[in-house]
Design a protein around this ligand. Structure first.
Ligand SMILES: NC(=O)c1ccc[n+]([C@@H]2O[C@H](COP(=O)([O-])OP(=O)(O)OC[C@H]3O[C@@H](n4cnc5c(N)ncnc54)[C@H](O)[C@@H]3O)[C@@H](O)[C@H]2O)c1
Length: 244
């Protein structure tokens, strides 16, 4: 299927690693000119080398001045995909989590997309019709023990996207979220360990598979899809607690 993305432009945050990098490569392969943002300049350069015609924007998404300076040159965007994120403390109850740790997770995962989208709204409006995809998580709907800040932040991301989809509909801008369960990336390997991810029955998907979901939501093929969450969790949340 032709996703009808050729010749369009997209900003991808968190493009230096994992899902963000896979999204950048997938969109570039569809003929999208990608603007790549990350705080890790070296990692970003590696992604850029694999994306012809891309531009590089180094910024910490929690820093308003850096975001504004890094994205000031973008005057037209057909899509924005916000992948920059951190997991924060893993395996800790809230009595063991500092306020600084809690705030750091919300700063990157929730405030980051707010700052980025606020800065590029004029560029999205300039495109006439546009699509925004935010990376939420199945952790917005179900919780693993010891990840309260991350789960809470991903719930906030899903609702932020829903609220934006209502506010921006009149501008022709769609806003959706993708909510995968565990994806094989440096983040999940760091949190869960190689043994868990490499176990034969562990339900894990690749960053490329998530990138394909994102590419569909970015594309005009999904033009009727707005304000929703694509939950890709191998059907886990569909199962009733009924013991059968
Ligand atoms: N890996 C998973 O299992 C999984 C599952 C569901 C959702 N997600 C979400 O997908 C997104 C991408 O995760 P990933 O697994 O690819 O992680 P990753 O650690 O591989 O990549 C995250 C990227 O974001 C960048 N980044 C982090 N903080 C930043 C900041 N303040 N400013 C700018 N860049 C910053 C990092 O430098 C890195 O390049 C995250 O939002 C994550 O919560 C991941």
């Amino acid at each position: 299927m032709d996703l009808q993305l050729h010749g369009t432009t997209a900003l991808v945050t968190g493009a230096g690693s994992g899902i963000g990098r896979a999204v950048a490569l997938a969109l570039a392969a569809e003929g999208v000119r990608v603007a790549l943002l990350d705080r890790d300049e070296d990692a970003l350069s590696e992604t850029a080398a694999a994306c012809p015609g891309s531009s590089v924007h180094v910024a910490d998404v929690t820093d308003e001045a850096q975001v504004d300076a890094a994205l000031g040159s973008l005057d037209r965007l057909d899509a924005v995909v916000c992948c920059a994120g951190i997991s924060g403390p893993v395996g800790a109850g809230i009595e063991d989590i500092t306020l600084a740790q809690w705030n750091a997770v919300f700063a990157v995962n929730v405030t980051g997309p707010f700052l980025v989208l606020r800065r590029v709204l004029p560029a999205l409006r300039a495109a006439g019709t546009a699509s925004v995809v935010l990376l939420s998580s199945d952790s917005a709907f179900v919780a693993s023990p010891g990840m309260a800040p991350y789960c809470s932040s991903k719930g906030a991301v899903a609702q932020f996207a829903r609220a934006l989809s209502v506010d921006l509909a009149r501008d022709g801008i769609r806003v959706n979220t993708v909510a995968p369960s565990v994806v094989d990336t440096p983040m999940s390997r760091g949190d869960l360990g190689d043994a868990a991810l490499d176990a034969p029955d562990f339900p894990v998907q690749t960053a490329d598979e998530v990138a394909a979901h994102v590419a569909y939501l970015v594309s005009p093929r999904s033009r009727a899809v707005n304000g929703t969450t694509l939950l890709s969790d191998f059907g886990y949340t569909a199962r009733s607690g009924f013991p059968a």
